[in-house]
Design a protein around this ligand. Structure first.
Ligand SMILES: Cc1cc2nc3c(=O)[nH]c(=O)nc-3n(C[C@H](O)[C@H](O)[C@H](O)COP(=O)(O)OP(=O)(O)OC[C@H]3O[C@@H](n4cnc5c(N)ncnc54)[C@H](O)[C@@H]3O)c2cc1C
Length: 299
C-alpha cells in the first residue's frame, strides 16, 4: 500500500480545500442530480471514495457536506484525456427538502459556480481494494476467510439503498473487462427513484450478451461480467417480476452472491439500511472482514 492509496500525499496537505467549478449537470430523478466538477490539483481518486464540498455564502457563512464520487474515471490525467487536463469528478446528490446544502446542489448549482473540494477521502470502502503488504497489521486484525480468493480477485457484491448507489456506480464504471464478476443489488422506493437506471441496465444487458457468445460459466459470471437487481420498496414498475415491498433477509440471501464464493461486499446507504443489511449478510455466512460499509447518515 502506498500513502497515496489512503489519501496521504507527501507533496502537500491532503485535506487542503481546493477551488473547483461546476462543469455540467444531469438529472438522475426528479429529486437527484449528478454534478461534474473540475478540480485543479486534485489527486487521482478511487471508486468508493468521497469528497467534502464547501459552499460559501455572500456573507461568508460556510456549509460543508460529504458526497461520494459516482464517477472517478476522469480524476487523473489519463482519464481526463491526457497530461495537463484538469481532473474531473462526479457527485450525485439527493434533495432533502428541509436540507441546507442538497437543495442548492440539486436545484440551483449551474456550470461556472464555484465550490470548494477536500479529498478524495477513504482507503477501505474502495474498489479495486487496497493491496496490503503481507506483514501489514491489517491481515492480523482482519484475517481473510479460509479458501477465499484474495480481495483483489474476489467476486464483488454491491448493495445500495437509495442514494447509496452513488459510490457503487463509480465501482461499476471503473471496472474493466478483466475485472472479477460484479453484481449490484439496488433498493429504491419506486421506479422514479432509480439512479443511473439506463446505464446500469445497459451494462447488465451487454454483459449477458457477451456471456451468451463467450466462454463464460453457465451463470454468466466470467471476468468483467455485471448484473443488476432492482428491489422496489413502495412501488414496482409494471411487469416487474418482483412485487413492491421491503427487502427481507431470505430474499437478500437469494439475490446476492453466495457466502461460499467469498465475495467482497460493499454496502452503502442511510444508517439503518446499512446496519440491517450488513448484519443480515453476516448472518447469511459472509465473513465480517469481507463486508465493507459506508453510511450516509439519517435514521
Ligand atoms: C461519507 C458520506 C458520503 C455521502 N454521499 C452522499 C451522496 O453520494 N449523495 C447524497 O445525496 N448524499 C450523500 N451523503 C449525505 C450528505 O452528506 C448530506 O447529509 C445530505 O446531502 C443532506 O445534506 P443537507 O445539507 O441537504 O441536509 P441537512 O441540513 O444536513 O439535514 C436535513 C435533514 O435531512 C436528514 N438527513 C441528512 N442526511 C440524510 C441521509 N443520508 N438520509 C436520511 N436523512 C438524512 C437530516 O437528519 C435532517 O433531518 C453522504 C454522507 C456521508 C457521510
Amino acid at each position: 500500500m502506498t500513502d497515496g492509496d489512503v489519501g496521504l500525499d507527501s507533496a502537500g496537505d491532503p485535506y487542503a480545500w481546493l477551488p473547483a467549478v461546476v462543469v455540467s449537470s444531469v438529472a438522475q430523478t426528479s429529486r437527484a442530480r449528478s454534478l461534474t466538477l473540475a478540480v485543479p490539483g486534485l489527486r487521482s481518486a478511487r471508486a468508493g471514495q468521497h469528497v467534502d464540498l464547501r459552499l460559501t455564502a455572500d456573507d461568508g457563512y460556510t456549509a460543508v457536506r460529504s458526497y461520494s464520487l459516482s464517477d472517478v474515471r476522469a480524476s487523473n490525467d489519463a482519464g481526463s484525456g491526457g497530461a495537463g487536463r484538469v481532473p474531473r469528478i462526479e457527485v450525485t446528490v439527493e434533495r432533502f427538502d428541509d436540507g441546507e446544502v442538497s437543495p442548492y446542489l440539486v436545484d440551483a448549482a449551474e456550470p461556472g459556480d464555484p465550490i470548494e473540494v477536500r479529498g478524495p477521502i477513504g482507503g477501505w470502502f474502495v474498489w479495486p481494494p487496497t493491496e496490503f503488504e503481507p506483514d501489514s497489521a491489517v491481515h492480523a486484525v482482519l484475517p481473510e476467510p479460509d479458501g477465499a480468493a484474495p480481495p483483489t480477485s474476489a467476486p464483488v457484491q454491491l448493495i445500495g439503498g437509495g442514494s447509496g448507489v452513488a459510490p457503487l456506480m463509480a465501482m461499476v464504471r471503473a471496472r474493466g473487462r478483466d475485472a472479477p464478476p460484479m453484481r449490484l443489488l439496488a433498493s429504491v422506493r419506486d421506479p422514479g427513484s432509480r439512479w443511473f437506471v439506463t446505464e446500469l441496465d445497459e451494462a447488465a444487458r451487454a454483459s449477458s450478451a457477451r456471456a451468451a457468445s463467450g466462454p463464460h460459466s453457465a451463470a454468466g459470471e466470467g471476468p468483467g461480467s455485471f448484473a443488476v437487481d432492482w428491489v422496489h420498496s413502495r412501488e414496482a414498475p409494471e411487469g416487474h417480476a418482483r412485487r413492491a415491498g421491503r427487502l427481507t433477509r431470505d430474499e437478500l440471501g437469494r439475490l446476492v452472491l453466495p457466502a461460499s464464493e467469498h465475495p467482497l461486499v460493499y454496502v452503502c446507504g442511510a444508517n439503518s439500511f446499512v446496519a440491517v443489511v450488513a448484519g443480515w449478510m453476516v448472518e447469511l455466512g459472509h465473513a465480517p472482514t469481507r463486508v465493507r460499509t459506508e453510511r450516509f447518515g439519517g435514521v
